[in-house]
Design a protein around this ligand. Structure first.
Ligand code: HEM
Ligand code: HEM
Length: 150
């Protein structure tokens, strides 16, 4: 998406898809976050291993924080010129703030930085889940994949 030239058809299409999927993901994120907060949730991590628990809690909090920052900054880049975001022709997510090229550029810098960090964090998170499964041999991954109940 970043390397495409202006006249490449994907220059516009890839960004439209990125933004539309982003809005749908943002809606799901809010629902998921409210669900996680409102739902009493058993803490499955080993309470005796406080370093692991702290790392997992910290990583999960960072994953949520990065996603919120990505959604908000993405929205601010897209709406910097006062245009709403078309979501696959189904509806338009409106631009709520006054135009500001400066705010749009700042949001762009934040978006790029946080996206890079997020991609690395997801990689580490996935590696940690595989470590649990293949090295610690516990049921963390199976539980997440709903192979095991509880
Ligand atoms: C998990 C969520 C997201 C990830 C990982 C992500 C990732 C990225 C990446 C890697 C870029 C290229 C950055 C660059 O090098 O300039 C980008 C650009 C962009 N993203 Fe996202 N994005 C996400 C969500 C969103 C959302 C929700 C929106 C809008 C609703 C959005 C709108 C944009 C726009 C407009 C650009 C172009 C930026 C520019 O031209 O400076 N993104 N995104
Ligand atoms: C965009 C990619 C991902 C994001 C944003 C993400 C985010 C999260 C978050 C926030 C949690 C904490 C629990 C919750 O709030 O639901 C979690 C738990 C977990 N995730 Fe991910 N995850 C991603 C990808 C993956 C992948 C690819 C795997 C495995 C291959 C994975 C395996 C797990 C496991 C095993 C847990 C622990 C569940 C538990 O303690 O019961 N995740 N993930």
């Amino acid at each position: 998406m970043v390397d495409l030239g202006y006249y490449d058809p994907w220059y516009h299409d890839s960004l439209s898809i990125h933004k539309a999927v982003g809005i749908l993901a943002a809606i799901l994120l809010v629902i998921r976050y409210l669900w996680v907060r409102l739902q009493p949730r058993p803490m499955h991590l080993n309470p005796n291993n406080s370093v692991n628990t702290l790392m997992a809690k910290g990583a999960h909090a960072l994953l949520y924080l990065s996603m919120f920052v990505l959604m908000i900054s993405g929205y601010l880049i897209s709406t910097a010129k006062g245009q709403g975001i078309d979501v696959f022709g189904a509806f338009e997510f409106p631009a709520l703030l006054a135009d500001s090229a400066e705010r749009g550029e700042l949001a762009g810098d934040i978006h790029e930085l946080v996206a890079t960090g997020f991609i690395i964090l997801v990689g580490l998170h996935t590696a940690a889940s595989l470590l649990h499964h293949f090295v610690f041999k516990d049921n963390t991954l199976l539980r997440m994949l709903r192979v095991l109940k509880s």
